[in-house]
Design a protein around this ligand. Structure first.
Ligand SMILES: Nc1ncnc2c1ncn2[C@@H]1O[C@H](COP(=O)(O)OP(=O)(O)OP(=O)(O)O)[C@@H](O)[C@H]1O
Ligand SMILES: [Mg+2]
Length: 349
């Protein structure tokens, strides 16, 4: 539904150049909720603004619903109308809502419909339908100033849906909201995604948002996408930074010459019996350093960090056993205390 290839954006201001996007290839499938995370300045907002051509990419292409927007943007005046038309099918939701305070809620939603040239009656009907959809049927005549943050964002979402978009872009749409309201807005986005088959590309700095509603995610750093995939794929990628952030399993090894492995399991796969079986079969003492179990993208996922005595070379067979059971096993690259540290700890005991 959304594809970017080699997307690059270089800002030039006062003789300085900032490469905000550096060759981004993004693939968002139809009907999925796709999250983009990354630190401040990573290029997330620039990416989303380039996807709907609010920002003109320096190079690369953006295709939305099979239409090459970058080609449209490059074709002069007549193409301007075509680009506007294509853009009207991409909804955008903002962190600070961007509602007009002098207009009623209904009139805010009617605004893009006026631009699309709908009659007064059509606009009214559509606006009221959208308000109903976002759960604000009784607020049509209210002004934005009379609404809570969550209600304002619902209006923002209703307005974004006015052009019957196939794609909804959201830049930190829950960042100004408290946790409870955030949950309700995320639920609304999920419902819209499922009811309308809407594809959602959202930017967030909260891993919880990804955990709650995203099917796929990408991690940006310095204008590049450094990791991407479905949440299940990410969890199955050894050393994935996103997986580790989605699923933090802490736990430091208890001493030198220990092998620490992270075991990931999806769905019903029961780890516990496998671990005790391993312990019995190979007669090894296994300590569980940390464990987490949660629902990610609607699927049960668990991770467990365990410790085996001895170096990795001595544990090749037990690790092989775990893999044979269909579990995903990553040998964790954790700091092993230096002998001095261990001695100090021993001394403290
Ligand atoms: N209009 C602009 N002119 C010059 N530089 C810009 C402009 N917009 C963004 N940048 C620079 O591009 C880089 C990426 O900015 P961007 O706003 O995309 O980051 P972000 O990931 O959205 O960050 P945040 O999480 O803080 O919103 C930053 O170094 C920023 O300073
Ligand atoms: Mg931003």
């Amino acid at each position: 539904m959304i594809t970017t290839t080699g997307l690059t954006k270089v800002y030039r201001s006062r003789g300085r150049e900032v490469t905000a996007l550096d060759g981004v290839d993004l693939h968002v499938r139809e009907g999925e909720v796709y999250g983009v995370v990354g630190q401040s300045g990573a290029g997330k907002s620039t990416l989303i603004r380039c996807v709907n051509l609010l920002e003109r990419p320096t190079s690369g292409t953006v295709t939305v619903a099979g239409q090459d927007l970058t080609a449209l943007a490059g074709r002069g005046l007549r193409a301007g109308a075509a680009l506007r038309e294509a853009r009207s099918h991409i909804g955008m939701v903002f962190q600070h809502f961007n509602l007009l305070s002098s207009r009623t809620v209904q009139s805010n939603i009617e605004l893009p419909l006026e631009i699309l040239g709908l009659s007064g009656q059509e606009r009214r009907r559509k606006a009221l339908d959208l308000l109903d959809l976002v759960g604000l049927a009784d607020k049509a005549k209210a002004y934005p100033g009379q609404l809570s943050g969550g209600q304002k964002q619902r209006v923002g979402i209703a307005r974004a849906l006015a052009g019957d978009p196939k794609v909804l872009l959201s830049d930190e749409s829950t960042s100004a909201l408290d946790p409870e309201t955030t949950r309700s807005i995320l639920q609304l986005l999920r419902d819209l995604n499922q009811q309308l088959g809407l594809t959602v590309l959202l930017i967030t700095h909260e891993m919880d948002v990804v955990k709650t509603i995203c099917d796929s995610a990408a991690l940006m750093k310095g204008g590049r996408v450094v990791e991407s995939g479905t949440v299940a794929e990410l969890l199955a990628t050894p050393g994935s930074e996103l997986a580790a952030e989605l699923f933090p399993v802490g736990g430091e090894p208890s001493g030198p010459d220990r092998t620490v492995v992270d075991v990931t399991f999806h769905g019903e796969a029961a780890t516990q019996p496998v671990i005790s079986q391993l312990s019995r079969t190979y007669n090894v003492d296994i300590s569980i350093l940390g464990a987490a179990m949660d629902t990610v993208g609607g699927k049960q996922v668990g991770r467990m960090r365990i410790e085996l005595p001895g170096r990795f070379e001595e544990n090749v067979v037990p690790i092989g056993f775990l893999r044979e059971q269909g579990l995903q096993v990553d040998v964790a690259d954790v700091h092993t205390p230096a002998p001095a540290d261990a001695l100090l700890k021993e001394g403290a005991k």
